[in-house]
Write a protein that binds this ligand. Structure first.
Ligand code: PLP
Length: 423
């Protein structure tokens, strides 16, 4: 008989947000002060990208005004200063994820590049014809397509964990998919389309029992809950700077040193070498082996400032506040006739995906925009999960800790207006 797996979800307790002063926090985000179409901006598209606090903007300006220089090369004052700032940010990210060593923190362009790096470098060396790679039904295209490309290349097979009508992975089905043919598991930590917080610790344990390594796509997790890669025991973890208050074009690949050491470089070029002759190139040590070319230095430094800012508030307080907001927003939306929430998992982060009877998601988005309310309408780079729920698209409001209950009331009013207009 097959084992039945109890769900043990890392659900933060809904917070009464004691000592969390959202009005004060909002003052740190200059963009939030603007009006759109003559209405105060209500920014609820945080799953697409987060806004930036003044300290991140100032850090970028100061970097270019006072420290700009190339890293790891010059012996002059500025180059040393830029190198120091760059490596201090790496140390910051290490602490943020509680990685064991800064050598395990690789700077990449974003979650997408991190996943492609692992698929190409680890995948190409370790995956053979007939091997199987497991993902879930709720993955972002970034955590589907790189594995499909690898499977196509190698004659390997992609297996998909089904989900239930609430948007929760079926752990028994996952257990069934884990076989001696399984060679890799890649899972989203928090779904951008549904908000589901996956029971990743348990899912990693299950894979590790079969000696299968696991990559987590943390793009929607790190800004919303505390993440400890050692506690999770994941083998790889990726996220993007722009979704955690940082700049675009910078992101993180965390990998256990054991794995990274045994992986070939992803790209060749400057900085990733120790010595080059036309006969033979010796590769640099970790983490530089995976960082070919001049890095996005300003992005790295800006990401470091974003992480400092987040940690100054505290991810546990952020998670508790956002759980309160999510519960409030769920009530606001549930009270609207004809509205169906897509994604009702027991463990959820701040994503409210919904459809309205007879109104296309894009039309909802357009009417809401006229009210100053910014949401996303579409398939959210997760077309398979849309197909699973039988909808072409959803409207999605996604929360951050600088959002307020008043803004969720404004969202509710704007949706009712859309219903009026289209009925
Ligand atoms: C945004 C997102 C990605 C891709 O991030 P990029 O910044 O575009 O590289 C991957 N997975 C999830 C769950 C996301 O939300």
């Amino acid at each position: 008989m097959r084992a039945t797996h109890e769900l043990t979800l890392p659900v933060p307790t809904p917070g009464t947000n004691v000592a969390f002063d959202v009005d004060r926090v909002r003052k740190d985000f200059p963009l939030l002060r603007q009006q759109v179409h003559g209405k105060p901006l209500v920014y609820l598209d945080n799953a697409a990208t987060s806004q930036k606090p003044q300290v991140v903007i100032d850090t970028l300006t100061r970097y270019y005004a006072e420290e700009n220089s190339n890293v790891h090369r010059g012996v002059h004052f500025l180059s040393e200063r830029a190198t120091e700032a760059h490596e201090a940010a790496r140390a910051n990210v290490r602490r943020f994820l509680n990685a064991a060593d800064t050598r395990e923190v690789i700077f990449v362009r974003g979650a997408t590049e991190g996943i492609n790096l692992v698929a190409q470098s680890y995948g190409r060396t370790h995956i053979k014809p007939g091997d199987e790679i497991i993902i879930s039904w709720m993955e972002h295209h970034s955590n589907i397509v790189p594995w499909q490309m690898l499977c196509e290349d190698k004659g390997a097979v992609l297996r998909v964990i089904p989900i239930n009508d609430d948007g929760e992975v079926l752990l028994d089905e996952y257990e069934r998919l884990l076989t001696p043919r399984t060679k890799f598991v890649a899972l989203v930590h928090v779904s951008n389309a549904l908000g589901t917080i996956n029971p990743v610790k348990q899912m990693i344990e299950m894979a590790h029992r079969q000696r299968v390594p696991v990559l987590l796509d943390g793009a929607q997790a790190v800004a919303h809950l505390p993440v400890d890669v050692q506690e999770l025991d994941c083998d790889f973890y990726v996220f993007s700077g722009h979704k955690v208050l940082g700049p675009t074009g910078i992101g993180i690949l965390y990998g256990k040193a054991d794995f990274l050491e045994r992986m070939p470089p992803y790209q060749g070029g400057g900085d990733m070498i120790l010595s080059v002759t036309f006969e033979k190139t010796r590769y640099n040590t970790l983490p530089y082996k995976f960082e070919a070319g001049t890095p996005h230095i300003a992005g790295v430094v800006g990401l470091g400032a974003a992480i400092d800012y987040l940690q100054g508030i505290g991810l546990d307080r952020i998670a508790a506040y956002e759980q309160g907001l999510l519960a409030y927003g769920t009530d606001v939306l549930s009270a609207i006739p004809g509205l169906r929430l897509i994604g009702t998992a027991r463990g959820k982060a701040g994503v409210l995906s919904f459809v309205l009877e007879g109104i296309h998601a894009h039309d909802i988005g357009t009417v809401l925009d006229q009210q100053g309310v910014a949401i996303r309408a579409g398939h959210h780079c997760a077309m398979p999960v849309m197909q699973r729920f039988g909808v072409p698209a959803t409207a999605r409001a996604s929360l951050a800790f600088y959002n307020t209950r008043g803004e969720l009331d404004a969202l509710g009013r704007a949706i009712r207006k859309a219903i009026e207009l289209f009925s």
